[in-house]
Ligand binder design. Structure first.
Ligand SMILES: [Ca+2]
Ligand SMILES: [Ca+2]
Ligand SMILES: [Ca+2]
Ligand SMILES: [Ca+2]
Length: 455
């Protein structure tokens, strides 16, 4: 009879030979081998131990902590090189386990080991230091998770443990998509994410949201959400930063000796001593098609958004207040007219924050399509990245009139969305193309008048 350890060893050997898909569901009984939903692991650590290069780990809705119940703050999620982690599956509790929607079926990776966190980072002495600690790995993909409550205030492994409460990487290449980082803290740089010494490989973040993360002081730099250092060349596309903070530099982002590229991102209502949005301590920072608005710090209205120390910033086709240093290059002073930045709970820096601009905002169609990186076809909400001929500034693209499903064409799908919910009321209905909280003849007319037109 084989012991569980022997089974695991056999799985590890097998994973070298052929790509496997491992399944994880917090509601599964113990003893699964992960190879199907019916035999899912119930601890994400089991899947990460089994998965090797080319393997995929699918994780169902629920909350997962890295400590295996030990209370050890220095246990982390550590994917091997070449592993793709996908969260947001319905899992065993859903109508069908393979259904995937990271917002509807939220897969949360939490560092709150005692489950006692309170507002303003209280009750955090039990919390995991780094939810992910990724050292010398390549080809790691993290997609569809909510990463919260990491608290990087305690050293481990020499210098680690005090940067990047959500993710700390060193000498690594990672791709992160469709993730939400909320309520993470670091004693030094990067409340949510610290990318250190990537040396060549490109860390890339797409369609991610950063809310209410905080970095304490690392010399003058902080980076309430993200900190990069040491020849790191990250690219952030379609990302939102709201309500992040630091008493140092860079309420959202701080960079040091890096070349940081930001495309179609929205950075608003972050707070720092210097550079409420971004602090460029050294190296190069590039922003295009982005919105840097209403960030809070010292200095004039423009420097509240971006503060450069000995580093340089190049800003193109973006919206900032004032425009003196960054005048030209297609930049404009365009109030994004956020509809409900603080979200339904009315509080900035929480997971429901919503950085979508009003449909009539001057950021609509104000970008340059040439800045969109190859392979980026959708916006943060999953709709078409370009509508109306030109890309919008920021992470969200405003759909065209009558386009209920934001696929840049008005056709029978849109007509069906109106007819199937006709004469009903309530916000968020697909058929409510004019967004006034009901589906009626006004919506029908918009679809019919734009019918068969691409936008
Ligand atoms: Ca706690
Ligand atoms: Ca557009
Ligand atoms: Ca459509
Ligand atoms: Ca309506």
């Amino acid at each position: 009879m084989r012991t569980p350890a022997a089974l695991l060893a056999a799985l590890a050997t097998q994973s070298v030979l052929a790509a496997n898909v491992f399944h994880v569901d917090a509601s599964a009984p113990a003893g699964g081998n992960g190879l199907s939903w019916g035999a899912a692991f119930n601890d994400l650590q089991d899947a990460l131990a089994a998965a090797g290069a080319g393997d995929q780990v699918r994780v169902a809705q629920g909350t997962y902590k890295p400590d295996r119940g030990t209370g050890n703050r220095h246990m982390f999620f550590v994917p091997n090189s070449g592993v793709t982690m996908l969260g947001g599956f319905a899992g065993l509790a859903g109508p069908s386990p393979e259904l995937r929607d990271p917002d509807a079926y939220r897969t949360t990776l939490s560092g709150d080991l005692l489950g006692d966190d309170a507002p303003n980072f209280a009750n955090r002495s039990d919390n995991t230091t780094n939810i992910f600690y990724i050292f010398s790995k390549t080809g790691v993909v993290i997609d569809g998770f909510t990463v919260r409550s990491g608290h990087a205030d305690l050293f481990h492994n020499f210098t680690s443990g005090v940067h990047g409460g959500g993710i700390e990487t060193a000498f690594s290449e990672i791709t992160v998509r469709n993730c939400v980082f909320v309520d993470n803290l670091a004693w030094r740089g990067g409340g949510a994410v610290a990318l250190l010494n990537a040396y060549g490989p490109v860390p890339r973040f797409e369609n991610c949201r950063f809310f209410g993360n905080r970095a304490l002081v690392n010399g003058s730099t902080g980076g309430g959400a993200v900190y990069t250092a040491g020849n790191t060349t990250p690219v952030f596309v379609n990302c939102v930063f709201v309500g992040n903070s630091t008493p140092g530099g860079g309420g959202a982002i701080a960079t040091n000796a890096s070349s940081f590229t930001l495309v179609n991102c929205t950075i608003a209502q972050n707070t720092a001593n210097a550079g409420g949005g971004v602090y460029v301590n050294s190296g190069q920072f590039n922003a295009s098609n982005s919105v840097l608005w209403s960030n809070n710090a010292g200095g004039d209205a423009e420097r509240k958004q971006i503060w450069t120390n000995v580093g340089a910033a190049t800003v193109q086709n973006s919206s900032l207040p004032m425009l003196s240093l960054y005048a030209g290059n297609g930049n404009l002073v365009a109030d994004p007219q956020f509809q409900a930045l603080a979200g339904p709970d009315g509080s900035l820096g929480t997971a429901d924050d919503d950085a979508r601009p009003a449909a009539a905002s001057p950021v609509v169609n104000a970008g340059d399509n040439a800045h969109i990186p190859a392979g980026v076809a959708t916006d943060l909400a999953g709709g078409a990245r370009v509508t109306g001929g030109a890309v919008d500034l920021g992470a969200y693209e405003t759909p065209c009139v009558g386009d209920s499903n934001a696929d840049a064409i008005v056709n029978f799908t849109d007509l069906n969305n109106v007819l199937s919910s006709f004469n009903t009321a309530g916000f968020g209905r697909a058929g409510d193309v004019d967004g006034d909280g009901d589906v009626d003849f006004a919506d029908l007319n918009l679809v019919i008048s734009a019918f068969n037109s691409a936008c």
